[in-house]
Design a protein around this ligand. Structure first.
Ligand code: PHE
Length: 475
């Protein structure tokens, strides 16, 4: 790498800037929209246990690996592998990441668009006196409409592209630094209100309709009989999705991190914040779900029907609704920027397309795929593959297949290809930092994470069934 290379490359301005940007990427719709509905669909607490184990055992080591790769190589997701492993096929991992970014951002832009509609509806006080049933009808009518979600999706994607075209660093740092604490505060208020709902008693019959405590139990009292291959795969896939791992986002952001930053500490902090926000979102949503006695596995519309219901029970609900959906849109924006940045930095650095042009074309292509995702919830819903519509295919294939596969390759790269001393050197900033648990990290990257991902893939593909049967017989 030439001197100019590292000089001309933009960098995050401060320690907080790095954390803010990486947390900005990690914290988004994954935490507040996807986590609750995945947990609801996959049995609640049992899913959460697997997800937490996956975060620690697989997510954290892989996040550290991605930071190391990016900062060492100072290049985009594909270029990094080309620099660190020239004349090999490792850069294919980065190419897969670019494909993942297209797939994820296509449906992500649609859901982010929904949050803008909810800002708009909130502004008009449209949720006032709506029951959860009314709110569900509102959501269903809107999300299946052939035109309205597209308008918001276009707007959101244009905003994302505009920020990415301008070069990302300063903008994201600034938004994220303000956004995170305020978002955390509103979610904490939601948690308190949701938990204090208590018992819902029908005024005419005197019967108990539901209780918020059942929501807590659903979240934290695991019923392990609910665990199966699909639950495990979804929990692990979600761990990747929520931490923005397995597709080079953190490699790309790592390439903008300065040499003095303590990477492993940053990774810890980002992972902690991300997990905290997800768990708090769960605590905000599920007690209310059980209080109102609606189905917990309602799918993608869950937060859009439950949260406005809680806000109605809060003094100043009008302002909270507005603030919340605005913040959610911003949180989605800082994540979508990082998704688009993976593809744009690849096209502009590797294929030498001018940055603005690369941004425009990439965003247009992704928006088009997104249109198909959006329509697949309404007019095109009859088109399905293995029971999944286009939206579902993008969501499932990216989170549950491509990201874990990318993560597996990244872990194998660092654990088995990259020199161990270089890894130590990069993590410890050339020996200036004391790393108490380096051996543990390295063990996790080399053995734990890859073996766990492999087993999960084999298990969910059904390959392990005959073997398990055989073992059963032996036992
Ligand atoms: N982590 C983001 C979220 O939780 C989504 C994302 C996935 C962003 C992959 C970048 C890469 O919303």
């Amino acid at each position: 790498m030439s001197k100019e290379d590292s000089k001309s490359r933009e960098q995050f301005s401060s320690k907080i800037g790095v954390i803010a940007a990486a947390a900005g990427s990690a914290i988004g719709l994954g935490n507040i929209w996807k986590f609750p509905y995945e947990a609801g669909k996959n049995g609640g607490a049992a899913f959460i246990v697997v997800y937490l184990v996956a975060i620690l055992m697989i997510g954290l080591p892989i996040m550290i690996s991605e930071f190391v790769i990016g900062r060492k190589a100072r290049a985009n997701a594909v270029g990094s592998f080309k620099k660190l492993a020239p004349k090999t096929k490792w850069h294919f991992t980065g190419v897969m990441g670019v494909v993942s970014s297209f797939m994820i951002l296509s449906f992500y832009g649609v859901v982010a668009g929904w949050t803008l509609e909810y800002v708009f509806l909130g502004f008009q006080n449209a949720f006032k006196e709506q029951t959860p049933q009314d709110l569900k009808a509102t959501f269903d009518a809107f999300s299946t409409s052939p035109s309205r979600p597209l308008f918001w999706q276009f707007l959101f994607m244009a905003l994302t592209a505009w920020i990415v075209a301008a070069g990302v660093k300063k903008g994201i740092e600034r938004i994220s630094k303000i956004l995170m604490p305020v978002l955390l505060l509103i979610i904490a208020i939601l948690c308190i209100r949701s938990l204090s709902l208590g018992e819902n008693i029908d005024p005419t019959t005197g019967q108990v309709i539901g209780s918020s405590m059942d929501g807590l139990r659903f979240l934290f009292q695991p019923d392990f009989s609910k665990i199966n291959a699909n639950v495990i795969l979804s929990a692990v896939g979600h761990a990747f999705f929520t931490l923005s791992l397995g597709m080079g986002t953190i490699i790309t952001y790592g390439s903008y991190v300065n040499k003095k930053n303590n990477i492993s500490k940053t990774a810890f902090q980002v992972t902690f914040l991300d997990t905290l926000i997800a768990l708090l979102s769960g605590i905000a949503i599920f007690p209310a779900v059980f209080y109102f006695n609606v189905e917990p596995d309602k799918g993608p519309g869950l937060v859009f029907t439950i949260l406005p219901s809680i806000f109605q029970q809060i003094v100043g609900g009008y302002f909270f609704t507005l603030a919340f959906f605005m913040l959610l849109a911003l949180a989605a924006l800082t994540s979508s920027i990082s998704l688009l940045e993976v593809a744009v930095s690849y096209f502009s650095e590797q294929l030498k397309v001018e940055r603005k042009k690369a941004t425009l074309y990439t965003a247009l292509a992704i928006t088009l795929i997104g249109v198909a995702c959006s329509l697949s919830l309404g007019p095109w819903s009859s088109f399905t593959v293995l029971g999944y519509n286009i939206f579902g295919i993008m969501e499932y294939a990216s989170a549950n297949v491509l990201l874990p596969l990318g993560g597996l390759l990244i872990a194998l790269f660092i654990g088995w290809f990259f020199p161990r001393n270089d890894f130590y050197d990069e993590l410890s900033n050339s020996g200036t930092l004391k790393l108490a648990s380096f051996r543990l990290f390295f063990f996790a990257v080399k053995y734990l994470a890859p073996i766990a991902i492999l087993i999960i893939f084999l298990y969910s593909a059904g390959f392990l069934k005959p073997l398990l049967k055989y073992l059963n017989i032996l036992l």
